[in-house]
Structure formats: C-alpha cells, structure tokens
Design a binder for this molecule. Sequence first.
Ligand SMILES: [Ca+2]
Length: 325
Amino acid sequence: MRIACRLNWLALSALFVGVLGMGLTMSGCSQPSDKGKAPPQTKQQETPPQASTKPKEPGTEPAAKPAAAEPKVPLGLPPLPVPQDNPTTAEKVEPGNVLITNSIGMKMVLIPAGEFMMGSPEGEGGTLERPQHRVRITKPFYLGVYEVTQEQYEKVMGANPSEFLGPTRPVERVTWDGAVNFCRKLGQQEGKSYRLPTEAEWEYACRAGTTTQYGFGDDVSALGEYAWYNKNAKSTHPVGGKRANGWGLYDMHGNVREWCADWHAPGYYAVSPAEDPIGPDSGTTRVLRGGAWTDRPVVLRSGFRDCVKPVTRRSVSGFRAARTE
Ligand SMILES: [Ca+2]
C-alpha cells in the first residue's frame, strides 16, 4: 500500500513537472513579436538610414562599414578571406571564401560541412534552446549572404508583400509558403535546388564557429555594429548595412527574422538526430530565427528560437535562401 501511494505520488509529480516544463517552453516561442505591426508611417518609401548614402545594390560593397578599425575576429577565427566570385575554388573552401552570384543578383556563400554545438548552455536562454547538443552538417551548402530583398522577391514572384518598401530592403510580410514558393520557383528557373535553410544549418551559419550568445561574442553593447534591432531601428533597413559575421553573412542578427524549413516542436532538441537534423515530421508552427528590427537583444541571440504559424504575415518576417551545392 505504501509503495502504491509512493508510486502515485511520483507519477503526479512527474505530470506536474511535465506540465510546468511545457508551459515554460511554450511561452518561450511566443515572442514580443507582433510589435512587428507597422508603426504609423506605413508603406513608406525608401529612406536610407544614412542620408549621405544612396541605397546600394546588395553586395556591391562587401566591406560592410567604413574602413574603421580592424574587423573583429570572433574567437580566433582567421580573418575573412577576400570573397571570390568563383565556385570552382570550392575544393579549397574555407568559410566565407567561395561566393557566387545567381541569376537574380543574389550573392551566396558556400558554407562547408562541419560540426557545432546547437542550442544554448545552462544560464542562457530558455528551455526551448536545450539541451545543447552536438550537430554535424554533413554536406556543404550555399546560403544567401543577405536576406532576400524585395527586388529579388519581385523578380521571381511578380509581387511584393512588404510593409516597408525599398528594393534593397528585405522582403517581409512573407508567409512560410511564400518563402518556400520563391525558392521553388527560382530553382525551376535556374535548374538548381533552392530551399530554406534548416534550423540547424541556420544556427551553424549564424554562429560561424563561435559558441557565444552572438556571432561576434557576448558583448551586447556591440550589437548595434552588427544588427538592426529595437534600439536603433523603427523599420527594416536595406540589407548589408551592418557588419558581417565571421563567415561573411549579414543581418543574421536582426532586421527581419528568417523562416527556416523546419516544423517547430519544443522538445525537439532532446530527440534530434546528430546529423543533418530537419526538425519534426509535423507541427503547427514553423521556425524563425535571428530576431528583427522590433526585438530586444535577447531575441537576436544565435540560439534563440521563434515560431509562428506558417500562414502568418508580419513586417518582422522574411527569409534567406539556401541552395544545395
Ligand atoms: Ca535577419
């Protein structure tokens, strides 16, 4: 009898902990988000952030910021090699040094295969980001150097759903299906395999070899050098206006959150395969990463996971295209 009571008590405790855990994880995914609603000045035309600079074609000025100080090199990574628009150098690939430009002017960098610790350690982030686990990306892939711009989206889809208009601003108010359709259609046009990055590929590329909260380290005061977020933005900004991460990718933190291919499930990290995880088989929400112009610094962290229904349109939601090599 005593044993039976004790077992019942244990079962109830486990149930309580499970429910509590679920509550914590679920709350982690509904972010401050829908401040993504447009401020009063909706449908504004292009207004470059710096009056002195004309909107520039993404990628025409790969050296992001004024040639100020020596670029920071995250955690001992070698300095960024000079990008070469030449995919034939792929056999010598180092992160960030093989760059291609596709048929719509989209620049993509070859991300080599490799391993990283996905998720956040104890003391950082919430339960959604744990357990931190080792993930291996077994195949190289191309990833957009920039978020997909409105000009690029319009070239492929013939429409522009964005709130904050401007050819070199990221496309936003795009649904997950819209992003997937863009990739499929572009792939058909080029005979290539465009797609959204998986959540694992996205975080791998965002971390760029770092294990810190951001791709440039832990110093939140440096965030403004790399990202448009709630302290320095009142709308989206033209892509590539801040500094790149160690692998040559711009706006991985901030500007718009980026749709990933995966369904979202709070407990997925506990059961994720170690190689090329693609997320759960089904779900109701899709993953978004990187935080947006409306977000607090915590939301911009490399390990932060957001999710919303795939039909959701928000002026904080855009994407970056990937391409199987
Ligand atoms: Ca972004």
